[in-house]
Design a protein around this ligand. Structure first.
Ligand code: SF4
Length: 274
């Protein structure tokens, strides 16, 4: 069977019980998260393995998640044409020049022109592009408040938090435990800023994946038989400047990027169970 054409096709296959075992409030929310490339079919425990298998019979083709993500990306790009990018740039803390809006993503230039073409000084990953386009199209551009909150305190973050821990905080902690230069790299390669330790952590680094959506990573080293710990914090305005799905995508994407850094430096055990 060919891969599903869109998330609604998958939605029709779901149990529709809204049982929340996948960590989403409803089956529709699960289908929507799948649409944005954040979930996999196999993460619904109620879905018949035979159906999961049927939709995975063609590994040479893109799977449904990738395909839906690509469609969503195209939709966002086409929306760009209906926006006055000069006005948008002012709202979201970007520059506009020569028909192109440019802002900083982790310290590097990232831009889009009025036809939806992307320009970047870094690799253009979907986990950056989707939040980038959502931010400029739908973000309110509120000034950063300086008040840090956890993902679960953001609107609609509570239901997704177990998955956020699994996809973002836990893999980041594994990397930080093993690849101890991680935080130096974040400062030097990704223009992170080491700030005064917050919440009694041992290390606190602030990254700027989008101008008005800072992310703070706090790490507590193991001590007196206690395990290490890592938490990610957002400005309390994050859910107004970016949709919650894109906030999730940024966190999970950063975790993947940290894993790749560890691999590149010869620490495969930092990502072995991801
Ligand atoms: S686990 Fe499956 S059936 Fe339950 S809410 Fe999630 S998608 Fe729906």
């Amino acid at each position: 069977m060919p891969p599903a054409k869109n998330a609604m096709e998958i939605f029709k296959l779901l149990d529709m019980s809204n049982c929340r075992e996948c960590g989403e409030k409803t089956c529709l929310a699960f289908a929507g998260a799948l649409f944005q490339g954040q979930r996999k079919l196999a993460e619904c425990p109620k879905l018949d393995p035979e159906i999961i298998g049927r939709y995975s019979e063609h590994p040479e083709k893109k799977d449904a998640t990738e395909q839906n993500r690509d469609e969503y990306l195209q939709q966002l790009k086409s929306e760009i044409a209906n926006h006055d990018l000069a006005a948008v740039a002012e709202r979201v803390g970007a520059q506009f020049s020569k028909n192109r809006l440019t802002l900083k993503v982790l310290g590097k230039d990232f831009g889009v022109d009025t036809a939806g073409n992307l320009y970047a000084d870094i690799h253009i990953n979907p986990w950056v592009v989707i939040p980038f386009l959502s931010y400029i199209l739908h973000g309110k551009g509120l000034p950063v408040s300086g008040n840090w909150v956890s993902f679960r305190e953001l609107n609609d973050g509570k239901e997704r938090y177990p998955l956020f821990q699994k996809r973002c905080e836990e893999p980041m902690k594994r990397v930080a435990d093993i690849y101890t230069n991680l935080f130096d790299d974040l400062v030097h390669i990704f223009s992170g800023k080491q700030v005064e330790e917050q919440f009694e952590s041992d290390i606190s680094v602030v990254l700027q994946p989008l101008p008005r959506v800072p992310i703070m990573i706090c790490y507590w080293r193991p001590e007196d038989g206690l395990e290490s710990s890592l938490n990610v914090f957002f400005d309390e305005t994050a859910d107004e400047n970016l949709d919650i799905g894109s906030v999730f995508t940024l966190g999970a994407g950063l975790a993947q990027m940290f894993g790749k850094l560890a691999l590149r430096h010869g620490f495969p055990e930092a990502v072995s169970s991801q």
